[in-house]
Design a protein around this ligand. Sequence first.
Ligand SMILES: O=C(O)CCC(=O)C(=O)O
Length: 316
Amino acid sequence: MCLDTPLRSVPGTRQDCSKYADVLIHFMSWSGTRGGAAGINLIWVMLSNQRKHPLMQDLIHPDAKFTEETRKKYQEQGGFSINPLLTSDATQKIRNHVSGMLERVHPAVGVDNIIGAHTHDPVLLDLCAQPRLLDIIEQMVGPDVVLWSSHIIAKPPRTGAEIPWHQDAPYWNIQPWIFATIWLALDDTTPENGPMYVLPGSHRNGEVKHVPMMKKGKMFHMQIDPALIPEDVEKQHHGVFIPAGSAECHDALLYHRSDANISDKRRCVMIIRYMSAQCDPASKQYTRFDTNEPFEREYYLMRGRNTKNDKRFKPL
Ligand SMILES: O=C(O)CCC(=O)C(=O)O
């Protein structure tokens, strides 16, 4: 199945537009040109009320759901896995698509630091806009859902970097903290290829002290004060070893880290970040993964209402 083959008629898609074009042709032949002009207006109004972005295909696995058990796990442990999140067909398609992008990454950006690519890549934006993914996100941030970031981190064989223990929220200049993070594996994550580790329940500590890192990374410049990491952390932590197409969701205050890739296999993930429309984000510049040109972070109102009428939140 091809990503640009619609599975079903989704309002606002090409399939849907051709339905409107048929209506217009019939209307024009029935009423003449003046009627046709009125018809064009009518169709324009109908289309402007529809989704503007062409949703191409349902990528989400039928079993991917947020249940009461999921909610309990999210509240108590600060994270949960969705295994699988994508259908196997979608996993292959998105994986191939991202692999193609990795070949075009500008050296100054780096394959571990592709931020905000969904803003200029319709396939990735479609992934972030999947209605059944948003059903899951809604359970974490409420009905008014804004997509604010995506981050592709590929750790090539034997070179990927280690990321220290940190919480996400203190890195982001966004208030209040009503977030949902989807860490989507595009390769199988194994103990050897630079997996992520989480410390279950640590989100209940609230925001903790971070200190500057001795060795400054490109993306991560601070880490949780090592004195706050339990001595027996290796007994308590949980390795996120999941197959490609599965995802892990974690609270923005959950302690997590990841290993360097010591294997001969790539580890690539796409992290998708949403927030409630109640949040007030600060502006931020990213650089395009393929040209290294700067662009402003964009915000898409994916679902629900723009409760504070924030002009930065674009309808999709
Ligand atoms: O994927 C990884 O290696 C770690 C990701 C992470 O720590 C983060 O996005 O906050």
